[in-house]
Design a protein. Structure first.
Length: 71
């Protein structure tokens, strides 16, 4: 987490769940909540939700790729 926190100060951190297609919907939701809580506990900023000033254009991505969900 220390390395991730250091990196988050220099670059955008985008949480990705590897092999998410093998998880059930309930497992994905649970895992996302756990990860979101840990990132918050360690004050790790993630893109786009932690960077409200930089979200211009994120809406365009969501329209183009509706299957992508951000934590």
């Amino acid at each position: 987490m220390k390395a991730l926190k250091t990196l988050s100060q220099k670059v955008n951190v985008i949480p990705i769940i590897a092999k998410a297609d093998s998880l059930t919907a309930e497992e994905k939701v649970s895992f996302k909540h756990i990860i979101a809580q840990e990132l918050e506990d360690y004050a790790i900023r993630t893109f786009p939700s932690s960077y409200p000033e930089d979200i211009d254009g994120a809406e365009d991505l969501l329209v183009s790729f509706p299957q992508v969900t951000f934590i």
